[in-house]
Design a protein around this ligand. Sequence first.
Ligand SMILES: Nc1ncnc2c1ncn2[C@@H]1O[C@H](COP(=O)(O)OP(=O)(O)O)[C@@H](O)[C@H]1O
Ligand SMILES: [Mg+2]
Length: 255
Amino acid sequence: MPADPTAAARPQGAPAAESAPVLEAEGLVKRYRDREALRDVSLSAARGEIVAVIGPNGAGKTTLLTILAGILKPDAGRVSLGPREVGWVPQQPALYRKLTVAENLRLFARLEKASDPELEVKRMLELTGLLDRSDDQVAELSGGNRQRVNIAIGLLGHQRVLLLDEPSASLDPRQRERVWEFVLGLAEAGTAVVYSTHNIQEAERYARRVLVLADGELLFTGPARELKDVVQREGGGGGGDLEEAFVAFLRTRGH
Ligand SMILES: Nc1ncnc2c1ncn2[C@@H]1O[C@H](COP(=O)(O)OP(=O)(O)O)[C@@H](O)[C@H]1O
Ligand SMILES: [Mg+2]
């Protein structure tokens, strides 16, 4: 068997992302009346792989993720998995603030028709590291912990793919860090993660592969490091900040 060139760069115990994708989408097109929100967008994600979809507001990120989640039908193209096969975490958590953490998990486990809701609640509390907060009202949780519960609910069906729409948009840097710790742990255990962000640093930091969307058009797909190089090169170099360089990158492509 040939040596795995990525093995050395992987944390111990982390599985190799298999080359066979667990999620594939091809040629996705979506129109809202005469506005084209997605134009021929394709992507794939392998086991344990983290893929970022990055682009400015209105780029089509939420549209793309809701189509991958099976909630929205594309006008053209196909997605390899059905709606129940992917975990979906919308940007706005659908949690009941007045219920406790455990009550929320129990409610969603029942909605998900888990065969043993109580076991599922326990598994989710352990997964999120929120065992000691299980009887606290969701309203009392920090934004980061609330997002963990939100993500856990997205994975109630034991899906192998997790879709996150701007998972850290409303979090402060420390909360963001903790949510990412959690998501990285899920990926290390083999979950394929696709998330959207409008922050290039957040794309570069966590994703192995990055897709750049602008006005529904796929402008780049490749390793995060490559995007950073291209952006810095085209942004005029000179040690300017990455975000600024990214805006320049989009501008040179007419966006
Ligand atoms: N339900 C809708 N009806 C009409 N236009 C929509 C709808 N949802 C999104 N759009 C438009 O489609 C484009 C992409 O939106 P969206 O996918 O929400 O982008 P992003 O998540 O990247 O900000 C935007 O121009 C937006 O105004
Ligand atoms: Mg959005």
